[in-house]
Design a protein around this ligand. Sequence first.
Ligand code: GLN
Length: 205
Amino acid sequence: GATIGVLALQGDVREHLQTLEACGVRAVPVRRERELRGLDGLVLPGGESTTMSRLLEVFELTEPLRRALNDGLPAYGSCAGMILLASRILDTRDDATHLDALDITVRRNAFGRQVESFETDLQCAGITTGDAPLRAVFIRAPWVEQAGPQVQVLARVGDGPAAGRIVAVRQSDVLATSFHPEVTGDLRVHRYFVDLVQGRRKKEG
Ligand code: GLN
């Protein structure tokens, strides 16, 4: 079966490990370059993106991760993980590094100007199609301010002051959500990622 890593420098690592295990794959924490070897996919959890980017430097993981993503390692970033995967970040520290794996511009703490945290029901293309909406939990979340032509928009906020804002995207085998499915017990977003990882394993034989 597939093995999926969870970047374990900071943030809600345990929740992602548990959710992945509940989806029936082997889930392992990743802190070292060598632990990237043999992974079929990688989750970048929520937390604090500037702290994580500093720790990526400290653990000498920035370049190895960039290479792995560039070589096609499937990845899923939630919240701070979305920020790390992005190509362009607004409202961040100038020295914060990122991984450049998704052609999106994200705005950090974008909803925070109105409220720190909130929940809403979302329709998510390919994930909730013909099914109940997702309960999406946003915690000092970013939104996607601009998405490049190769990026598929999976979800937008439905109503309220942030209506229309993009909060879930996919580009090839890289997935990102502004919200935190790992805290809800709903497995559908992780299952979607696991399916993507397994589809790729099959393609590669
Ligand atoms: N505000 C955090 C950041 O900018 C993200 C919050 C989260 O991951 N829940 O990194």
